[in-house]
Design a binder for this molecule. Structure first.
Ligand code: ATP
Ligand code: MG
Length: 234
């Protein structure tokens, strides 16, 4: 695999069994390449397979067949334990619903990936403070997440996904719950982080107001990618 490629999917198929002898096909032969450092968007109608595809790319879900390789790590050739370790170190996942834990402070939520990677709590909280500055939320360090606005919670989720310096960030609808101004601010922050840390971003979105931020956009329909377009000539 070329060292310029961060993610390579080859002929990925995925079905779900929804009832006895009833299957729904989520992905039909997906081929995709995402380059290192790219700000890549994945768009398409509801149910076309976007979340399924990024879950496979993030190693959360296994395809029925086909290959998915992230930074030379080929999921299908690895054990569940190896995948878990790879994910914890290399991938940040920003969920649509934020998935923050209200019984912990903002700082503790953000520190979780480092603690999972074996760092001592005190040191992990120091790092959490630094990354919260990056998303302009250091003043909320000791608050519970449920006291924060939607846009602030989304920034906490971004900080948590970034804290362990993952090379790949996968974001499912990062702006869908937000008004336009807040959504644009979130995208500005993600783009700045993308440039500063040279991390690769894959962003699923319905929100055509943010398409402009993308380097390239893949259009999905009915379980496959119809076309990929470059947004800006550079
Ligand atoms: N865990 C599951 N069990 C059964 N069917 C599923 C499961 N996850 C997804 N599907 C089905 O697979 C197809 C693709 O779903 P997916 O969630 O990937 O779509 P999506 O493009 O993310 O849609 P949306 O824009 O609404 O989030 C749909 O038909 C969905 O019903
Ligand atoms: Mg989805």
């Amino acid at each position: 695999m070329s060292d310029k490629i961060a993610v390579q999917c080859k002929n990925i198929n995925k079905s779900f069994t929804i009832a006895k002898n009833v299957e729904t096909i989520a992905l039909r032969g997906v081929d995709l390449e995402v380059y290192k450092g790219e700000f890549f968007m994945l768009v398409g109608p509801s149910g076309c397979g976007k979340t399924t595809l990024i879950s496979i790319i993030a190693g959360v879900l296994q395809p029925d067949n086909g290959r998915c390789i992230v930074n030379d790590f080929e999921y299908q050739k690895k054990s569940a334990h190896e995948i878990l370790k790879f994910r914890a170190k290399n991938i940040g996942f920003i969920f649509q619903s934020f998935n923050l834990i209200d019984s912990l402070t903002v700082g503790q939520n953000v520190a979780i990936p480092l603690i999972l990677n074996g760092m001592k709590q005190g040191q992990a909280l120091e790092k959490a403070k630094e990354i919260l500055e990056e998303v302009e939320l250091s003043e909320k360090f000791t608050s519970p997440p449920n006291r924060l606005s939607g846009g602030q919670q989304q920034r906490v989720a971004i900080a948590r996904a970034l804290i362990h310096n993952p090379s790949l960030l996968v974001c499912d609808e990062p702006t869908s719950a937000l008004d336009h101004m807040t959504g644009a601010k979130i995208l500005d922050i993600m783009k700045r982080i993308n440039k500063k840390f040279k991390s690769t971003f894959i962003i699923v979105t319905h929100d055509n107001r943010i398409f402009d931020y993308a380097d390239r956009i893949a259009y999905m329909n009915d379980g496959h990618i119809e076309r990929v377009s470059r947004n800006h000539e550079d």
